[in-house]
Design a protein around this ligand. Structure first.
Ligand code: SAM
Length: 242
């Protein structure tokens, strides 16, 4: 997968060269390009912002550097990326959206700063590429860079060959609509607290049932809103009714 990121703080994206995603970049599973938006400014101060029409506090990102950057990275007559624009006004970023974006060959992320980007940039891009305005949650960050780190990590770990064991993301929270239940590793007893017996039983069906029950209980306690989208069988319903 090709991933391009446009930002006025390209250094903020340095963590993408670390750990799991960094290894995927080193191995060529992800072809990463981080670009300084100021490369597409031509005044002496390399200005990317201006005051908003209609007044109000703060500054907005000017459309022209974005237009020039999009035209160079994705020329009008060539293949087009899917453009992801982080904004608190976007659709929520979820595991389902991470899955959808992981199936794309090319993603281009546009990191806003100040009070955001002139609205015409998204309109202009949408004439030739799919554009998703995406929110990380109901709070306001100072810029889109942290949102992009989150999204690239969530998307990148779904790509074939990035996780050593594919089953690990297939069993993660949200993959079956539920939160993952508690997990344990050695020793069997730690500071007087034993691991649940069933996990030591070697009985695979019983372990799977226990994990499902714990996931159901945890989801009901912490995120009951998720349950309406989960297909529940009779045993699941009995567990939830306990
Ligand atoms: N004036 C904007 C508003 O009220 O919607 C907030 C702008 S915010 C200070 C600057 C940039 O941070 C945004 O353009 C966006 O790129 C990013 N950002 C802030 N909060 C975000 C969130 N919850 N999800 C995704 N991106 C966010």
């Amino acid at each position: 997968m090709k991933i391009d990121v446009l930002s006025i703080f390209p250094g903020y994206l340095a963590p993408l060269r670390e750990s799991l995603i960094g290894k995927a970049v080193d191995r060529g599973v992800i072809e990463l390009g981080v670009h300084d938006l100021r490369r597409w400014t031509y005044d002496v101060h390399r200005t990317v912002d201006d005051s908003p029409y209609g007044g109000g506090p703060g500054m907005l990102m000017r459309a022209e550097p974005w237009g020039l950057a999009l035209d160079e990275l994705a020329p009008v007559d060539g293949p087009q990326p899917r453009l992801v624009v982080p904004t608190p006004a976007g659709r929520p970023f979820t595991q389902a959206l991470a899955n959808e974006l992981a199936a794309e060959p090319w993603l281009l992320f546009a990191c806003g700063r100040y009070e955001g980007i002139d609205a015409r940039v998204v309109e202009y891009a949408a004439d030739r590429m799919v554009v998703d305005e995406v929110s990380l949650g109901d709070y306001v960050l100072a810029g889109g860079e942290v949102a992009v780190l989150v999204m690239v990590e969530a998307i990148g770990r779904l790509l074939p060959g990035v996780l050593g064991n594919v089953a690990s993301h297939e069993q993660d929270s949200f993959s079956d609509g539920l939160l993952e239940g508690p997990a344990y590793t050695r020793p069997e007893v730690w500071r007087g607290r034993p691991v649940p017996d069933v996990l030591l039983s070697g009985h695979h069906a019983a372990i799977a049932r226990w994990r499902r029950d714990e996931a159901l209980r945890r989801t009901a306690a912490r995120r009951p809103d998720l349950l309406s989208a989960v297909t529940l069988d009779t045993t699941d319903r009995k567990v939830l009714a306990e």
